[in-house]
Design a protein around this ligand. Structure first.
Ligand SMILES: [Fe+2]
Ligand SMILES: [Fe+2]
Length: 240
């Protein structure tokens, strides 16, 4: 497994999702928990036996990944809040797929980090460039993994606009690569890069990612959490 695929499981505050990696039911539960549906509602709507669901919820709670909240229909769960974040993604940018939202949060944090570097005082240009270089490389690496993750979800859900979405991802990767090349050849690209990343990321999440998320969630629910084959195939495809 490459480093950024491993990172996909880690939140900004270090909470680690990797315990859910080999457990498809656990993993798919993390995709549908949203803080509004009670455990009973999830069992009914996602065709889950309540006796199977309760120990699973218990397990995820013990891992520290979800916390109980009161909802209209009884006790529900939501993702455990992050302790460290530069700028929490607003509600209108939340897809409802917990892992995708965490990945977006990390990307937004990286862009904020880039902004802090660009505005920061450094003892030398060399040190500043070193800091920029690290963030740029990490960000491109993480973005590639994030895109692959989303593409696996979309493919498995037979998302009708998959090709268009993938083209947008591919275009962004080549754009990011161009900036990397220009940076390596000594050009000062940080202001331009920051503006493009900021605009692109928010636009893409709000327009493209928000569009595929309901289709994926519907598929996860329709296929039922306990039928692990679909999720297993997805995880194998992405992480092997
Ligand atoms: Fe995304
Ligand atoms: Fe996307």
């Amino acid at each position: 497994m490459n480093q950024s695929a491993e990172m996909i499981y880690r939140r900004v505050d270090g909470v680690d999702y990797s315990a859910a990696r080999d457990n498809t039911a656990l993993f798919s539960l993390l995709l549908v928990i949203d803080g509004t549906r009670s455990v009973k509602t999830i069992a009914q709507e996602d065709k889950y036996e309540i006796e199977d669901l309760l120990p699973l919820v218990d397990q995820v709670e013990k891992l520290g990944l979800i916390v109980p909240v009161e909802s209209d229909s009884g006790r529900a769960y939501q993702e455990a809040p992050e302790e460290v974040s530069f700028c929490k993604l607003p509600k209108e940018y939340q897809t409802g797929i917990v892992m995708v939202d965490n990945q977006h949060q990390r990307l937004v944090d990286m862009v904020k980090q880039l902004d802090a570097i660009r505005k920061g005082q450094y003892p030398s240009t060399e040190l500043k460039n070193k800091a920029i270089g690290q963030v740029v490389v990490e960000m491109i690496d993480y973005t590639v993994s994030h895109f692959a993750f989303e593409e696996s979800l979309m493919q498995e859900a037979n998302y009708e606009h998959y090709n268009g979405h993938k083209r947008t991802h591919d275009h962004f990767i080549s754009l990011a690569d161009e900036y990397k090349q220009r940076f390596v050849s000594g050009e000062d690209i940080i202001d331009e890069l920051y503006k493009i990343l900021n605009r692109w990321l928010y636009n893409h999440i709000q327009n493209d990612d928000m569009a595929f998320a309901p289709v994926v969630l519907k598929t996860v629910k329709a296929k039922g959490l306990s039928k692990g084959a679909w999720m297993k195939r997805l995880l194998n495809k992405f992480f092997n």
